[in-house]
Ligand binder design. Sequence first.
Ligand code: NDP
Length: 290
Amino acid sequence: NRQKALTVIGLGPMGFAMAAVYLSKGYKVTVWNRTASKAAPLIAQGAVQAPHITDAVKSSELLIISLTEYAGMYTVLEPAAAVLSGKTIVNMSSDSPGAVAEAAAWAEGLGASFLSGGIMVPPPYIGKEGPEIYTFYSGKREVFDRWQADLAIMTATDFRGEDPRLAMIYYQALLDYMYTAVAGILHAIALVQSAGIKAATFEPYLNNLLQFMPVLVAESATIREADDGIYNGTGNNMQMLRAGVRHVLHASREAGINTSLPETIFSLYDAVVSKGLPNAGINSLIEVLR
Ligand code: NDP
């Protein structure tokens, strides 16, 4: 009954949290980080620090990579290219789907297996359970199946398919929404603050609107119909909505706050109307976005 073992490469907040959780579950954890000193608290918990990346790779069959982006993987692993054959690289870093496809080909060219992972929670959630705590994975099914129980120590797993880009497409699409939504929320706060209203005073109203978002996603046909190109504008059409966005833009200008967001949103709504869809519903925006 061999002790389970893996190597974590990259000890930013995320890699550090992963290594700590595996240690707490009794794994033999080898760690490697460019800035070696970051490993000290993990060594105190029983981790083994590999002096050289080649040792880090040789120590375990499963290599979990958590770097800022994919470029770091080549910088770090190239000196160990000769010992990568037979290893499984699970890259949990963020990047574009194209960068993931290149990395999978690179790893497989060296005789290694490759999975990409897109973690949907910040580091304190690693090792915890909950419906929102999961990671997207993609790559060869048999590779995923071989390591699924080990990967599930970090978060629940959601295998999206064999094309290695798939995990990253889901991941970046959700972050696309999150980054845009957070920017929109903060822009709204800047608007109320310009009138001397505290963000905290505005918060309940914002929360009220956020409660409505699941309704927009789940209960209305708006999103499901986007697949079929059905843009029902009976209740609110693009001509009216374009004027509405223009008013947000003008309010922002009057307030003297940054207008780049409402300008961008206005240009999108305007493009739909210019395309000849003034009576279409809000989901017709997809016509200019795709
Ligand atoms: P950080 O950017 O803080 O981690 C940086 C890690 O990458 C460090 O180990 C750093 O080494 C290393 N690194 C960066 N560039 C290089 C390089 N060129 N060569 C060698 N090592 C390099 O990120 P996090 O730990 O927060 O996250 C890791 C990944 O997980 C990212 O891709 C992130 O997008 C993703 N992620 C993060 C979440 C979060 O909330 N933190 C949530 C979901 C995903 P050194 O210590 O020497 O600087």
